[in-house]
Structures are given as C-alpha cells and as structure tokens.
Design a binder for this molecule. Structure first.
Ligand code: 5AD
Length: 360
C-alpha cells in the first residue's frame, strides 16, 4: 500500500503507525502535508497559549531520566511563593494568554495541596473565571484531584512517559512510588472526575523501539485523551539513565521522530489539543514552529519569574531566554504569522475533543 493510501485509512493499525513513524524523504513529506491539512480542517490555524509556571523543583520522585529527581543533590531547590505565582498569573491574564499551566515537582502533602488550592481560588477570582488553568503536579490522591477541580482547575496533564510497563520499569526505581499501574490509575481518576485529561510520552528513550512509540499513540487513542504534550528525551549528566547516552538516536533523529509522532497523532485524533513542547525547542530553536506547522496547536511559553528559571532543569541545555517575556511573545507571534498561523489571545482554547465526541 502506498503511503498516500495508508494516510487515508479510517483507522491505523500498529503496523500502519510503525510504517508512518519510519517514513523518510518523500513519504515523510506526504505525512507532514497530510497532518498539516487535517489540523487546519479540524482545529484551524489558531494557536492557543498556556503561560507555563514552573512552581517548584522540589520532587519526591527519583525518575532515572529527570534532572530534578530527588537524589540529584546538585540541584538548588526552589519554590515560587504564592504571591509571586499570583502576580505571574495576573500578568498572564492581562497579556491575553487565556490559560496558564502550573507545573511542579511531585509533592504529596497537605501544605502543597492547600497552596495549590488557594492559588486556584484566587486566580479564578482575579480573572472572573475567565482564565483556563492546567495543572501538572504529578500523581495525587483522588481527594486532592477533586479538591483542585472544585477550586477551578479543569485540565490536568499527567504524562504516562511510556505506555510500555516493561520500559516504564527500566526508567523508574522499582518501588511503590514509581509504579506504572498507579500512574495509569491516576489518569483514570482524573478523567472520571471530569478533568480535560492529557498525557504524553518521551521520545527517543534508551531501549525504546518504534513499536513502543506506536503503542504509545494507540494508548492515547484508546484512553481517549483530549490533550497531549510529548517531547524528545534529552539526557542529563546527573541522572542514572545518562550511562546509556551512547545508545541513543542523534538529537536530530529524536526531533524528527517527535515531529512524526505529533503528525501521526494529529491524524489519529484530529480535534485534540497537542502542545509543541520545550524539549523540542531544546534541540532546535525553530522546532516548536515546525511542530505547529505539522500538527500541534498549543504553545506553552515559560512565564516563571526569571530568577527561578535556571533551576528547573529536567534535562540539559533547556533554553532559558535572555529576552523579556513580552519580546519572546512578540517574536513567537511573528514566527507564527510567517507560517500563516495566529495566536488565540484571551481565550481558553479548550480541547474541541472534550466538547464533541470522537469522529475518527
Ligand atoms: N528529557 C525529556 N523530558 C524529560 N522529562 C523529565 N526528564 C526529561 C528528560 N531528561 C519530562 C517528563 C516529565 C515532564 C515534566 O518532563 O516527561 O513528565
């Protein structure tokens, strides 16, 4: 079957996805042209913003890939204060970001739960409920998830990291805290509470095969997620997984695979929100724009107060802008205009897939 015929199939099988993820040259171009068209038709050329606040790099987990893992003693740990967080949220609201995403290292404590809760309530009050808030604060109890939902968070992003339980075990310590089944359960809980639930994976991990990546996309379809944030794995010296760095795809290959993952997911789930993530931008300055062109429709500009930014290094070479957030946004706006896109200022940009049932 030609790639063109394959692209028009109503549903992809695992071998179909493997073939598309392996596409190169002319076939890759056909894939990107098709996914770009599917995107235009279903979610238009509007790009939604989520101002990203990296609330704290204190983390109770010890994931083998992550630079802010608990055992990394070289990290200077910080927490943005409640006041500063609210100031940042107000800034986002006034600048027309429409939504913010609050991301944090994973902490399960009453103090943390209550802090997030107060931030949510005050942010809702300040914006008359207009601001969309996404939380990305890891695995929490059902009670905590419910509390935050009731206080105004309507979206939650919890990456499954990989849909393969075997691979998951290789990436995490073998204990109760780092359990694949628990992660999956947390995702189900989020969905049952009524969150717009998003997930994602890392692409180009050691031991990961293209079949694993195809399974990741099938997992997202079967779970019926409404948002996705996925990006390339980027090694970090101070992590256990670094010892496999010479087995990895090159950074450019990881970026290319990530773009193909975005494109295939867009075709499989035409009306979900897909983020062009920072990890892509780490590999190539223009990669987020490339991702937007071929299927992503959400950008998450970092608006964390500048003095904290140097400490949130999940991976190495993470870009830290030297410009002001205003200048960054203006440049982003220009780059998007150059590819025929526009930013949806002042709107939440909820996932269309959450409102309407799946069509494909
Ligand atoms: N490379 C790429 N992404 C990473 N993350 C953590 N460490 C890395 C890394 N080394 C991602 C994980 C996590 C998110 C917050 O950051 O997917 O869920």
């Amino acid at each position: 079957m030609s790639v063109t015929t394959l692209l028009h199939k109503s549903q992809f099988s695992k071998p179909d996805i493997v073939r598309l993820l392996s596409a190169a040259g002319e076939n890759e171009k056909l894939l990107f042209d098709f996914s770009s068209e599917i995107k235009q038709v279903n979610v238009s050329n509007t790009v939604y913003l989520r101002g990203l606040i990296e609330l704290s790099n204190i983390c109770e987990k010890d994931c083998y890939y992550c630079g802010i893992r608990k055992s990394n003693e070289k990290v200077h740990r910080y927490t943005v204060s409640e006041e500063e967080t609210l100031e940042t949220i107000r800034y986002a609201y006034e600048k027309g970001y429409g939504s913010v995403a609050i991301q944090s290292g994973e902490v399960q404590s009453k103090a943390f739960t209550e802090k997030i809760n107060r931030i949510l309530r005050k942010a809702m009050e300040m914006s008359n409920g207009e601001l969309g808030i996404t939380l990305s604060c890891g695995e929490q109890t059902e009670e905590t998830y419910r509390r935050w939902f009731e206080s105004g968070a309507k979206r939650y992003l919890l990456r499954i990291e990989t849909s393969s339980p075997e691979l998951y075990r290789k990436l995490h310590p073998e204990d109760k805290k780092h359990c694949f089944e628990k992660r999956l359960e947390a995702l189900k809980t989020l969905k049952s509470i009524g969150y717009q639930t998003g997930t994602g994976v890392m692409i180009g991990l050691p031991f990961q095969t293209v079949e694993d990546l195809a399974d990741d996309l099938l997992f997202m379809r079967d779970f019926d997620i409404v948002m996705c944030g996925m990006g390339s794995y980027i090694e970090h010296h101070e992590t256990p997984l670094y010892r496999y760095h010479d087995q990895l795809l090159s950074l450019n290959e990881r970026l290319e695979m990530s773009l193909k993952m975005v494109a295939v997911l867009r075709i499989m789930m035409p009306d979900i929100n897909i983020a062009a993530t920072t990890a892509l931008q780490t590999i190539e300055k223009n990669a987020r724009i490339k991702a937007i062109k071929i299927g992503a429709n959400v950008l998450m500009p970092n608006i964390t107060p500048h003095r904290y930014r140097d400490d949130y290094f999940l991976y190495e070479n993470k870009p830290v802008s030297t410009q002001s957030d205003e200048d960054d946004l203006e440049n982003l706006d220009k780059s998007l205009q150059a590819i025929g896109h526009r930013i949806g200022y002042g709107v939440q940009g909820n996932s269309l897939h959450f409102i309407s049932p799946p069509t494909r």
